[in-house]
Design a protein around this ligand. Sequence first.
Ligand code: BES
Ligand code: MN
Ligand code: ZN
Length: 534
Amino acid sequence: MDYRAISAQGPALSQVNADALVVVLTPDLAHTGDAALDRLIDDAVKAQDFALKAGKTLYVHRPAGVKASRLVLSAAANAEPKAFKAAVAKGLAAVKDLGAAHTAVAAAQGLALTTAHAQALALAVADATYVFRHTKPSAPKAGALKKVSLLCAAAEQTAVKQGLAQGEALAHGVTLARELGNLPGNYCTPSHLAHEARQLAKTHKHIKVEVLERPALEKLKMGSFLSVTNGSAQPPKFIVLRYQGAAASHAPLVLVGKGITFDTGGISLKPGAGMDEMKYDMGGAASVLGTFRTIAELRPKVNLVGLIPTCENMPSGTATKPGDVVTSMSGQTIEVLNTDAEGRLILCDALTYAERFKPAAVVDIATLTGACVIALGHQHSGLFSTDDELAQALLGAGQQALDTAWRMPLDEEYGESLKSNFADLGNVGGREGGAITAAVFLSKFTQAYRWAHLDIAGSAWKSGAAKGGTGRPVGLLTQFILNQASAGAAAIQPLPAKPAKKVATKKVATKAVTQPAVKKVAAKSARRPAAGRA
Ligand code: BES
Ligand code: MN
Ligand code: ZN
């Protein structure tokens, strides 16, 4: 798609050279400053053919006195980027299947266009024109639309241009994440995700990729991750992506994405109805790949690491059984009480692996719990963190990018239910507060750095008639990274190193196998520094 910022306002709007013109109006800003358009708007409102109410549109063919042969009036709730995006989406829906190759979008007189408006427009265009064709070549091709212009004031042009460029790069990342999410489990295997990562490194010279195979994972003692792959015929992969945009000495941000390419539940088998939706269980991994694509295009001055543990969760004669105890890379043992709580089992080893990068912060992204969907629906991603600064940075980025998260609690007390008589940790608590106990489980592996967890079980895909991946939270993650890159000295800094305490944690875990009574006391003191940070 070709995105343009064109300086055109007031009387110039009806003279714009485009195949279609979409005009966004609000209840308070109902005119354009162009006589022909304003006459038409007043007429339509008077005739009750159009209302200035969010969601309403009116299509006019060959409008009198307007050069574009197709006109859409589209009403927004207000002038904010979120409402503007919704109105542009509605307007595009009215013209996207028509013959228009070039659509121009104009905002009402008085609606000040910002970078955020332009970025929102680019994302709305990408959304409107996305078609999944990979396993459905018969799907109607994307329409004739090739070029979208945002008409703005001369003074707005710089901001609009920047927003369009950023929005276009973002749309590429979002579309990649969406496409990977939609790809069925028999296509999107762990090997396929590794292939996609290598493709990224091929097309973007600032991305480096390394894929760790089973022998390397065994050597690293990733016993928890590997236990999830036991029932699958597909080999597991551990993908390490690196983007270097700043000096090598600069502490990186680390993104960790859950890459379960299909989640049957394993021996704790899921019910049949709706199980196909578990092809989206690699949504976290997809969002990491999508974010890398966008970041490689925008080239901010940061260092970024992406970690993707990826495998299938399958039942079989060799699969992990409920009650099996596995040893994670951290040394902590885990009783696998439910093989369907597999996301945390692959993430915990990736989180331990993340320590070696001495990160400024680590954010994991996972379609982790059905409980998060019950709590927040499909609206917000669930955000869990004991680090207020990091949590605020992520929440703010989500609002800026119109890809929001909602902060959830993470009190130590929720961890009570993770106690096990046979291991340092059980992998499930009860049904109650399931999204929180899952996050508390992960927190046991993140003591060495600032950490946040995004549960995207609800936000990464939609069910029902519009069933499909959303490409979220690529927008939130990208905005967070861009903000960190431009924050300079105010950027999030790594926690001061505490080598002595790290050794203590390891000792506790080893001891625990033989001396559970000693463990309890020691484990508490080992956890104290983290609680103090909260
Ligand atoms: N991948 C699922 C979580 C999920 C559920 C994502 C629904 C999207 C929609 C995860 O691996 C899982 O099965 N979680 C269990 C945890 C339970 C066994 C403690 C769940 O949420 O039921
Ligand atoms: Mn599961
Ligand atoms: Zn899962």
